[in-house]
Each structure stands twice: as structure tokens, then as C-alpha cells.
Design a protein around this ligand. Structure first.
Ligand SMILES: Nc1ncnc2c1ncn2[C@@H]1O[C@H](COP(=O)(O)OP(=O)(O)OP(=O)(O)O)[C@@H](O)[C@H]1O
Ligand SMILES: [Mg+2]
Length: 327
């Protein structure tokens, strides 16, 4: 079931159109990535979800509510159900961790349940920091406070805009783990803006790739990365330097055969030599998936292709650059 449905969304700043006909569905309980280079429109799109950014036309439906048509009161209530975290943690420096976390509750005039806040502190791993002030915390700890604060109102949706870009890589990993945990334990849907492919690959089940205000492609992570079309390949900067001689075959390893030593077996079964000329084996959402390009003699084409088909591998012959001057 979808929590967010976006249809034909357009948004301009003055005469510049920054979101062009966006269509997206985001499932309840999922972790969805919005990926793209700087200026693609990721933050703007994310901010339309809670009405922080107005739209020119189209529709954003969140949990059955048409965001751009809500009365101020209903919009306020909706915003209370949507948490947000940013690259810069925007904590209040004159308040301690506990006071920062309960701030949204105080603003909404909701009685603070101490036990719940304690549980939140525990969830984000800061049970011993309740009385500390932001200045005494590391970047990762500050982001944990910001996450706890975003969760204080028990949101159905958590929006994350580059929440890990200001952190060291090893701390990034821990924060991503925390977000994954929150999604699993609390069932909060997470929409995550990032320009880092690694973040998408580790965390998201689905994603949308944005370029110059448009969604280039969206769908399940493994589909996006495993069989990218030429546009996506360019976007990912996948730059294969392949031999000009012989035949290059690109093999995709979907979930079911990722661990299978299909390549070494092929060499043995077909009794032939070939070179692995390009490879990219990665972990998507904890599952190892990959792409390999092998170079074979033209004369072996039929045997190799038949073998790959019999193994259930997805493959394609890589076109030589000179054959396709426009690519
Ligand atoms: N308040 C604004 N007024 C005018 N133009 C804006 C405003 N906010 C954003 N833009 C423009 O809209 C476009 C999309 O910006 P946005 O911040 O959504 O990109 P982004 O994908 O989040 O980029 P980054 O990765 O750098 O954060 C950019 O060209 C930007 O200059
Ligand atoms: Mg941004």
C-alpha cells in the first residue's frame, strides 16, 4: 500500500521550473531514496511532502491527504506526523539533549511521557547523554539527538535530507544502521535524499534518480543498478574500458545466482579461456549483486551464450563504442 502518491507534480521558482512532471509512489513502511546530483531538485521535492514548499500543479497525496489543499489546521496536524532530519542537525545549543528531544511535544502542547523519551534515548544509543549539551557531543551523537527529536511525535514518515553528508564515513554507517533499525522496529516510512550511491545501496529498497528536475528512473534498487539503461549508466558514471578485440559480454547477477561461481564453472565446463575485463560486485540492501564483463573469442559466442542462458544469467553483448557513436 502506498503512503505517498505523487502525480504530475510541477514546481517553479520564478520562471525556472525545478520539478518537471514528477510521478512517484512510495510504499508504506519502505525506505525510499531520492538520488541525484546537486541542484537536481531533491530537497525541493522532499519539502513539498510536508508543505514546506508549495507546488504549481499536480498532486501529492500523503496517507489519503492532498497536501496542497489542506487547511492550515489540518496541514499542521499532518506536519506533526512527519519528522525531518538534515545535514546540519539544527539543535538548540542552550538546551540539553532531553530538552531538545521533547521540543516538538512542547510546541504541540502534548504532555511529555518520560518513559517514552527514555526509550527513544535508548533506541538512538544516547541513554547516558540526556543532560549533555550539543556542544559536548560529536557529529554522530548530534544527529542521533536530531533523529530522536524527529521521532518524538511518533511520526508515520521520516524525511531525511542528506542526514549523513556531514559525518565521517564510519559514523555514517552507524547512523544508516540506526535508520534501518527505526524503520524495522517502529515501521516508520523513510524518504531519504542523498547524492551518495552507497547510502542508497545499503539502505533503500526502492529509489528514484533525479536529474534536472526530472525523475530519470525509479524502481527497485537491484533493477536500477543491475540493468541500467544507457541514461542510467551515464548517470552512474560507469566507465568501462573494454578491449576492442573479441566479444565483450556483460553478465548481471540477480539475487538467485549472485553467490554461484558461475564464471569459474563456465571455464571448466566449456574448457575455454576468457578474461574478466570489468567487474562490479556490490552489496545492495545486504544482498550481494554484481555485474561482470568478460571478453571471449568471437568463435565461442554461441557456446558461451547458450551456457549463460542455461544458468539463468542475465547477459547482453556489449556494443563496441564505434558502433554507437551517439552513446
Ligand atoms: N528558494 C529558492 N529560490 C529559487 N531557486 C531555488 C530555491 N531553492 C532551490 N532553488 C533551485 O532549485 C533547484 C533545485 O534545488 P534543490 O535544492 O532542490 O536541489 P538538490 O537536488 O537538493 O541539490 P543539493 O544536492 O545541492 O542539495 C536548483 O537549481 C536551485 O538553485
Ligand atoms: Mg538538497
Amino acid at each position: 500500500m502506498d503512503l505517498i502518491t505523487i502525480k504530475n507534480l510541477h514546481k517553479s521558482f520564478g520562471t525556472t521550473e525545478v520539478l518537471k512532471d514528477i510521478n512517484l509512489n512510495i510504499k508504506k513502511g519502505s525506505i525510499f531514496g531520492l538520488v541525484g546530483h546537486s541542484g537536481a531538485g531533491k530537497s525541493t521535492l522532499l519539502r513539498t511532502f510536508n508543505g514546506l514548499e508549495s507546488i504549481n500543479s499536480g498532486s501529492i497525496n500523503i496517507d489519503g491527504l492532498e497536501v496542497s489543499k489542506l487547511s492550515p489546521n489540518v496541514l499542521r496536524t499532518l506536519r506533526q506526523r512527519i519528522g525531518m532530519i538534515f545535514q546540519h542537525f539544527s539543535l538548540l545549543h542552550r538546551k540539553n539533549v532531553w530538552e531538545n528531544i521533547i521540543l516538538p511535544l512542547q510546541c504541540a502542547n502534548i504532555k511529555v511521557d518520560n518513559k517514552k523519551i527514555k526509550n527513544l534515548l535508548e533506541l538512538v544509543g544516547l541513554e547516558d547523554k540526556a543532560n549533555s549539551y550539543p556542544n559536548a557531543l560529536s557529529g554522530g551523537q548530534k544527529q542521533r539527538v536530531a533523529i530522536a527529536r524527529a521521532l518524538a511525535m511518533q511520526p508515520m514518515l521520516l524525511l531525511s535530507d542528506e542526514a549523513t553528508s556531514a559525518l565521517d564515513p564510519n559514523i555514517t554507517g552507524a547512523i544508516l544502521e540506526l535508520l534501518k533499525n527505526i524503520n524495522k522496529e517502529l515501521g516508520v516510512t523513510i524518504v531519504l535524499v542523498t547524492h551518495e550511491m552507497e547510502v542508497v545501496k545499503t539502505l533503500c529498497g526502492e529509489a528514484a534518480f533525479m536529474q534536472q528536475g526530472e525523475v530519470l528512473k525509479s524502481g527497485a534498487i537491484e533493477d536500477l543498478f543491475l540493468s541500467p539503461d544507457p541514461k542510467m549508466r551515464e548517470f552512474l558514471g560507469e566507465n568501462e574500458i573494454l578491449p576492442k578485440n573479441g566479444l565483450n559480454i556483460r553478465i548481471y547477477f540477480p539475487k538467485c545466482i549472485a553467490q554461484n561461481p558461475i564464471i569459474t564453472q563456465m571455464a571448466r565446463v566449456l574448457d575455454m579461456d576468457f578474461n574478466i575485463v570489468w567487474g562490479n560486485l556490490e552489496s545492495f540492501n545486504g544482498v550481494a549483486l554484481g555485474v561482470l564483463v568478460i571478453n571471449i573469442a568471437q568463435s565461442h559466442k554461441e557456446r558461451v551464450c547458450n551456457y549463460l542462458d542455461a544458468q539463468g544469467a542475465i547477459w547482453e553483448i556489449v556494443a563496441q563504442k564505434s558502433e554507437k557513436p551517439n552513446e
